[in-house]
Design a protein around this ligand. Structure first.
Ligand SMILES: [Zn+2]
Length: 255
C-alpha cells in the first residue's frame, strides 16, 4: 500500500533565464530558431524538512553565457539562497537536495547546502566527472567536485521521501531523474526537468536535441506520459519560458 504523502507544499522558484537554440531542445526541429528559456528549481515543504529539486546557476557561469551570446538574465536575486529567502526558508533549513542531473544550471547552488544530503543517480555522477568531449561544456566540475558534499548515489527509481519519488528519465544525460510529487490537495505532478525542455517535447514526443542518447530520451517521454495518465498527474516541462512565466505560480505555494 502507498504511504501517505509527507509533502505539504511545493514552490517553483526562479533561477533566471537565457536564450538558447531550439535545435538543442527539440531534436531535429526548428533548427534556425532561438528562444528565451527559464531555469526553475523546486522547493518542497515536507514533514521531513525542506527538500530541493535542483539548485540553479553558479554566478561564475554568467560571463560564459554572455560570451556565447546566450543573453543571460540571471541576477543575484535568482541565486538559490535568495529565492529561498523569498519564501521564508534559510539554507540551513534544507535537509535534502535531489539533482535531476549534473548540468551546471542544476548544480550551481550546491555550495549553499553543505549540511544537506544530496541525491543523484549513479550513472549521472560517474558521467559528470568524465563526460565525453562533445558535451563536456555543460558540466562545470567546480560546482560539484567537493569533499563537503554528502552524496547519496541512487541506482534507478527510488522513493526519497513519501510523496517524492525519483524516476529515471535518461536520454538528455545518462542518469537524468525526473520527480513524481504527490501534494495533499492537488494530487500528482511529474517533473521532467531537461528530459522535456518545452511543452512541445511532451506534446510531440521529441527528445532533447542536446542528448546523450535521443532514443532513450524519447522512451522516457513516452513512459512519463503513460505515468501521467495512470496517476492523473500534471507533467511539467523543464525550461519552458511561456509555461513558467505564464500559467505557473512562482514563489507561491502549491498544496
Ligand atoms: Zn541539462
Amino acid at each position: 500500500m502507498r504511504e501517505k504523502t509527507k509533502v505539504k507544499r511545493m514552490f517553483i522558484l526562479d533561477a533566471g533565464s537565457f536564450v538558447y537554440e531550439m535545435g538543442m531542445m527539440t531534436f531535429g526541429k526548428d533548427l534556425e530558431e532561438r528562444r528565451r528559456i527559464f531555469t526553475p528549481f523546486f522547493a518542497f515543504d515536507t514533514e521531513e524538512g525542506w527538500i530541493l529539486y535542483d539548485t540553479g546557476w553558479p554566478p561564475e557561469a554568467i560571463p560564459l553565457l554572455e560570451q556565447i551570446g546566450y543573453e543571460p538574465q540571471i541576477a543575484e536575486e535568482n541565486s538559490a539562497v535568495e529565492q529561498l529567502k523569498k519564501i521564508g526558508v534559510s539554507a540551513s533549513d534544507v535537509a535534502k537536495v535531489i539533482l535531476s542531473h549534473m548540468h551546471v544550471d542544476h548544480t550551481g547552488g550546491l555550495k549553499f547546502f553543505p549540511d544537506a544530503e544530496v541525491y543523484v543517480q549513479k550513472d549521472e555522477y560517474a558521467y559528470a566527472f568524465r563526460p565525453n568531449s562533445f558535451n563536456a561544456t555543460a558540466y562545470l566540475s567546480f560546482t560539484f567536485d567537493s569533499p563537503d558534499i554528502k552524496w547519496n548515489i541512487l541506482e534507478g527509481d527510488t522513493q526519497i521521501a513519501p510523496g517524492l519519488t525519483a524516476i529515471m528519465a535518461n536520454g538528455h544525460t545518462p542518469g537524468l531523474q525526473g520527480l513524481a510529487v504527490e501534494l495533499p490537495k492537488s494530487g500528482f505532478y511529474l517533473l521532467g526537468a531537461d528530459s522535456v525542455y518545452l511543452k512541445k517535447n511532451i506534446e510531440e514526443d521529441i527528445p532533447p536535441g542536446s542528448s546523450w542518447n535521443p532514443i532513450l530520451g524519447q522512451y522516457s517521454i513516452k513512459r512519463f506520459k503513460a505515468l501521467a495518465n495512470l496517476l492523473d498527474a500534471q507533467y511539467l516541462p523543464g525550461h519552458d519560458y511561456d509555461f513558467f512565466t505564464g500559467e505557473a505560480k512562482l514563489a507561491e505555494a502549491y498544496e
